[in-house]
Design a protein. Sequence first.
Length: 388
Amino acid sequence: MTRWTINRMMKMGATIGVGTVPELKDGILAGAMPVICIAEDRLSCEPSVRLLLMSLHRHCGNQKIELFYPPADKTFRSWLEQFPAVNLNATPVPGAWGWNVKPQAILTLFARGYDDVLWIDSDILITRSFEKDFRGLPPTIMVLTEEALYGAHEDPNGLRARLWGLRVGRSLPFTANTAVLRATTIHINLLRRWISFLEDAEYREAQRKDWFERPAHLYGDQDVLTALLASEEYADVPVKFLRRGKNIIHFFGPCGYTVSERFYNVVYGMPPFIHSQVVKPWLKDDAGELTGWRQPFNSLYLQLSPYTISARKYRRRVSDAGWMNATSLLGKVLRVCGFYYPPLTGLPLAIAADIFSLTKRIFANKVPAMTADPRNGPPLTPRTTVQS
């Protein structure tokens, strides 16, 4: 069976409707692993790109990788030669802007003949093979991750879909996080629809504002995808969520790695993905994110980040590993007491953070009306129409 025949059957399946696929297509893709897609256009994030590639090579062998990295210079290209499975694309992803790049990159790879793509954010580190989570998946299934545990974790009653003016077809258990995203050619229509929403004038305008000023449905690209998947139009797209703590760590400040998640990892082992969400430890100036009265606590917690601790395995293979070192005596002590094992190094601070979070919930006021932004932004008015 040729690839042309497979793709032709795929197009036939797409005309039947989302989620309806010829059985032969399921059989063809059932035993395959998706090609990995990584895209980064910031030179300042090259350290994380290198770490991701090294960790992928260590745990996933010669898995095919398509890397979009326009800033690649001669030094980087020379370094990349040790990874023959990586194909460097030194030109920008067509149509991408800012972090709104995922559907464009995936569709670009589909156009090149790939049928199954696994997107991985460049600020992720791999700790073990994730083959069992993806091999054998039916092509109808889209894989996403559970959002980090903070104010935007929930999407109650299809909130984001309603704010976009869409008819709600289902309520997702939580907001979708697209740090890890698997899509196949089954999802082409959904990906194109996603792009059309990212090009919406209201969404583009919202991206110019500070994070705390944006309404829930315009916060970022993953909030738009959450709205679409909750809508009536795409409610029949099967979704598999990689669970927080079990399958991925979203290190999102004090609430990013809870006590229960740490104990789970001590018993069952580390999840394959560690996501350094928001604050990037390799950026010396990124500590500016940590301000206010909680700055000392957050600074110490960042020294004990599971991403940073896990990245130490590669410190002899990077040019600047200084950011992997603890900058305070207490940070050094907690690393040693935790045996440099991510679930244990930050455990004392995680206990304090969980107690603080529990206390806040107990004494919190009543939850605002559902038409309010769960990120505590301004009141929202659902849209009545959506440009496609």
